[in-house]
Design a protein around this ligand. Sequence first.
Ligand code: CTP
Length: 403
Amino acid sequence: MSVLSGKKILLGISGGIAAYKTANLVRLLIKAGAQVQVVMSPASLHFVTPLTLATLSKNPVYSTFYNEEEGNGEWNNHVELGLWADFMLIAPATANTLSKMANGNCDNLLIATYLSAKCPVYFAPAMDLDMYKHPSTLDSFHKLKTFGNIMIPAESGELASGLVGEGRMAEPENIVAFLEKDIASKLPLKGKKILITAGPTYEAIDPVRFIGNHSSGKMGFDIADEAANNGAEVILVSGPTHLNVKNNSVKVVRVTSAQEMYDACHEYYNEVDVAIAAAAVADYRPKNVANQKIKKNESTFSIELEKTKDILASLGEQKKKQFLIGFALETENEIEHAKQKIQKKNLDLIVLNSLNDKGAGFGQPTNKVTFISKDFEIEPKELKSKEEVAQDIINKVIQFYNA
Ligand code: CTP
C-alpha cells in the first residue's frame, strides 16, 4: 500500500507544455489511493483541459477566483482548498509561477491557494534549460526552499524547444516515487520496530479438537496496519484467524497455540521498541494431548487443564527499553483490576475493555476502551470503530516518543 493512500493532495498546475503530463500524474495519484483536487493557473488552460482533470480527479477543477461564465457570484475559496490539503504539489512549476510564489505576487487562484496553504508544498519545475539555470530562477528555488517548500528536481532530456538539457519536469512516475519516499522518511514511527499479538490461540485436545475462543483478531490487525501506516516496522504474531493485513509491509507470523505465540514473541522481543499484546491467549490448555481422536466411550468426560505461560507477563519481566502495552477485559472493579495488571505485568499502558460497555469486546466492529498509564492516569474514550481505537493506541506510542 502506498503512503499516499488516503492523503489529500492539492495539485497546482501552471502554464508549461509539461502540463499535458498532469493527466497521467492525477491518474497515478488516484491509483495510489490519494484524493486529488486541482487548481490551474489561467495559462495552463491552454495546455490541458479542466474537463480531463476533473474527470480523472473526480472533483471540480478551479482556475479563477469566481465563476466568470455563470456570473452567479460564486466564489472559489482558496483558503478552504489550502486547509483541505495534506500537501500541495505544484507541477509543472514554471519560472513565472515560481517567481510569483517566491515573491508573493498573488494575481491568480493558484498563487492565492499556495499562499494560504499551511501544509507542506512540493514543486516540480519545468522550463527550458537556460531558464532553469538563470540566476533569477535559481534565486526563486533558493527562496522557496528557505520557506520550507520541497523541490522535485527537473530531469535532463529533450525539451519542447528541441534543445537537450536539464529542465524537463520530472516524469509523473518519478514525482509519485519522490513524494512516497519523502513522506515515508518523515513518518512519526520511522525507525521503530513494533511487535503485536492478535487473535485467539487454539489448544489441542486431540488431533481434531481444541479449546479456543471467539476473538476475531481484528483489534490486533488494525493496530498492526496503523503502526505500519505510521512508518513502523511491524511484526504481527497472530493466532488462527481469516484476517489479512492491509499494509503488506507488516510481517505476519501465524501461530496456533499459546506456546507457539510465546516462542514467536520471544524470538523478536529483544529487537523491538514497542510490544502490544492484543491477543486473547488461552489461559489453560489440556495437560495431555491425545495422539489419536478421542472416542465417545464414556457418558461423562473431563479434561485436566494446566496454565499456559502468560506471554505479556514474560515480556514485562524481560523488559529493557520496550514500551509495553497490554489489554484487559474486565467485568467488575474494572479500573482496580486493570491497575493491578499494570503492576503485575510491568506495563507502560493498559487498554481496558469493560464488558459492561455496549459495543466493546469480541466480535464487534467497535470498541470502548479506557487507557490507564503506568502512573495510573485514567483516560476514558468514546465508543469508536476498532480502526479508530487502533489510531488512539498508536497515537499513544507516537506521544511517548515525542514527549
Ligand atoms: N496475555 C498474554 N498471555 C497470556 C494471557 C494473557 O499475553 N497467557 C495478555 C493478553 O494479550 C492481554 C493481557 O495479557 O494483553 C490480558 O491479561 P489477562 O491477565 O489475561 O487478563 P484477562 O484476559 O482480562 O484475564 P484475567 O482477568 O482472568 O486474568
